[in-house]
Ligand binder design. Structure first.
Ligand code: COA
Length: 326
């Protein structure tokens, strides 16, 4: 993979996150539930993936609206204040139209709306695009990562069923005077690897798990290094790492190669499984609400997914913070 990290140019019109929200369906599916139905065990799933349970249900639009509404309430804005919706998803409700159309309508947003499919890298792709649109003059953008992967997962296939879950995370990104929150980013794709994880239209996901694992560690390490190099920072400067929540062993392998201790990692996969586009915002929000981010901290987002796609970004946290963080 060739280095492609980019720093946000000085003087570019910046943006910051002013609100966030999440949504998870009510139905909890535990490892014991799979143990009862498939040739698998809680011990195997826990040891190989770190996942204990995941949520199933809802629609991608419904979860997006719930997360988006909470993000807009925290930002203190209504649909009339928001110029654009970008919905990162790999499990849209319809082939036509974009699921973002329904989200826009239900939230009363007036501007443009589209779906973005970069699989599990989608939230970073969407966040960077939102910053680009704000640099071009838009004021406020709702960025959502949402999935209902249970609909495209064969629940009788132990290779995939245990891994994936449903959920959504959303942020409001708003123009600011002076430098914004995004410092640098890296986005890439190697389409020659697309057969490693795929679902035909109307069909279920199939996956070469071993090969995905191997490639995932490499691209996460390379992409994180590209973003950090573009930002002119190293692992010691990063306060929090928010990796894509696919498998705790992938996260541990990539982060130990990068030199990040476990205390810097945000993880929610124990309770959510792999929620693809929703995984990074779910883990980011969990860390923010847990008071793990302070003003001006550097936060590294990094992910990989089907395609094979990858993305990372360094943010300097100038955005909203909850009461618990000083
Ligand atoms: N329960 C019990 N055994 C299982 C199982 C399950 N749920 N799933 C697979 N196995 C079996 C395999 O069939 C294999 O059996 P065999 O040796 O008789 O052929 C054995 O466990 C070992 O399989 P292997 O593929 O070597 O396991 P692994 O350590 O690589 O773990 C994954 C499998 C899927 C958990 C792991 O490869 C992985 O997480 N890959 C990345 C997947 C991913 O992140 N996808 C999303 C990308 S965004």
């Amino acid at each position: 993979m060739s280095p492609s990290g980019a720093a946000v140019p000085p003087g570019a019109r910046g943006a910051t996150i002013t609100g966030w929200g999440t949504a998870l369906p009510d139905t909890v599916v535990t490892n014991a539930d799979y143990e009862a139905r498939l040739d698998t065990s809680d011990a195997w799933i826990t040891e190989r993936t770190g996942i204990k349970e995941r949520r199933h249900g809802g629609t991608t639009a419904g979860l997006s609206v719930e997360a988006g509404r909470a993000a807009m309430a925290m930002a203190g804005v209504t649909g009339a204040d928001v110029d654009f919706v970008i919905l990162a998803t790999t499990s849209p409700d319809y082939q036509v139209p974009a699921t973002a159309s329904q989200v826009q309508d239900e939230l009363g947003i007036q501007g443009g709306a589209y779906d973005l499919n970069a699989a599990c890298s989608g939230f970073m792709y969407a966040l960077v695009q939102a910053h680009g649109l704000i640099a071009m003059g838009l004021e406020r953008i709702l960025v959502v990562g949402a999935e209902t992967l249970s609909r495209i997962t064969d629940q009788d296939d132990r290779n995939t069923a245990i891994l994936f879950g449903d959920g959504a995370g959303a942020v409001v990104v708003e123009a600011v005077d002076g430098p914004g929150q995004l410092v640098s980013f890296d986005m890439g794709s190697d389409g020659s690897l697309r057969a490693l994880l795929e679902a035909p239209i109307g069909g279920y996901m199939t996956m070469n798990g071993k090969e995905v694992f191997r490639k995932a560690v490499t691209v996460m390490v390379d992409s994180a290094r590209n973003s950090m190099a573009a930002a002119g920072v190293g692992p010691d400067d990063i306060a929090l790492v928010v990796p894509h929540q696919a498998n705790i062993r992938i996260i541990d392998a990539a982060c130990s190669r990068l030199g990040f201790g476990a205390e810097k990692l945000a993880t929610v996969l124990q309770a959510t499984g792999n929620t693809s586009s929703a995984s990074v915002p779910l883990a980011l929000v969990d860390a923010l609400e847990g008071g793990r981010v302070r003003r001006d901290d550097l936060v590294l987002l990094v992910g990989f997914g089907a395609g094979m796609s990858w993305a990372s970004a360094v943010l300097r946290w100038t955005g909203h913070l909850p009461e618990v963080a000083p």
